[in-house]
Design a protein. Structure first.
Length: 210
């Protein structure tokens, strides 16, 4: 199975990707992770990406696509893979098709913006050990205090409400059009995100196994 996961930041893609990866024994290809790996391993594309990152610029599409191509050509991808965080735009999706990496499904996790803002602005992390909590779904035993090490819990900049709103705007503008792109190809699956992870998982697996 070759799967693209779509959904706004905070929709729960990472969690579902882990479950799908384990069930079908296929790797999750997260753009951020493989760019970091390419930098660490000093691959040709990794070195190209480093020159942009060091200059404080976004890594351009052709370099990201080169890194994706390197990763998808590895042996653990021969039976399939899950793409999380790529493609982000229609030109990236077209480039993937042009390279001959055929996608079976694009699964979109749908969660309302208001719910995502609530989910993400409630996240807290321990500034010492990075353990994660949520003010509603995973409360610490003692307010603002890590259960594991007693460190102070803080909100990451990425999870501040205004940052989340900005990220959602970018998603709707740049990435959401991919739903129509894959729908025209007959590959789009839509799953409504539920309050409980296991309920979302059941709907995701049902959609993939139809």
């Amino acid at each position: 199975m070759k799967l693209v996961l779509l959904g706004a930041p905070g929709a729960g893609k990472g969690t579902q990707a882990e479950i799908i990866s384990e069930k079908y024994n296929i790797p999750t290809i997260s753009t951020g992770n493989i760019i970091r790996a390419a930098l660490k391993n000093g691959t040709e594309m990794g070195l190209k990406a480093k020159s942009y990152i060091d200059a404080g610029n976004l890594v351009p599409d052709d370099v990201v696509i080169g890194i994706i191509k390197e990763r998808l050509s590895e042996s653990d991808c021969k039976n399939g893979y899950i793409l999380d965080g790529f493609p982000r735009t229609i030109p990236q999706a077209e480039a993937l098709d042009t390279l001959g990496f055929e996608i079976d499904f694009a699964l979109s996790l749908e969660v309302a913006d208001e719910e995502i803002i609530k989910r993400m602005s409630g996240r807290r992390v321990c500034q010492n050990c990075s353990a994660s909590y949520h003010l509603e779904y995973k409360k610490p035993n003692k307010e603002n205090c890590c259960n594991s090490c007693g460190g102070q819990l803080v909100i990451r900049k990425d999870d501040e409400p205004q940052t989340v709103k900005n990220r959602l705007e970018v998603y709707h503008e740049q990435t959401e059009p991919l739903k129509n792109y894959y729908n025209i190809q007959g590959k789009l699956l839509i799953v409504e995100g539920q309050d409980k992870v296991e309920d979302t998982t059941r709907l995701v697996l049902d959609a993939l196994e139809r």
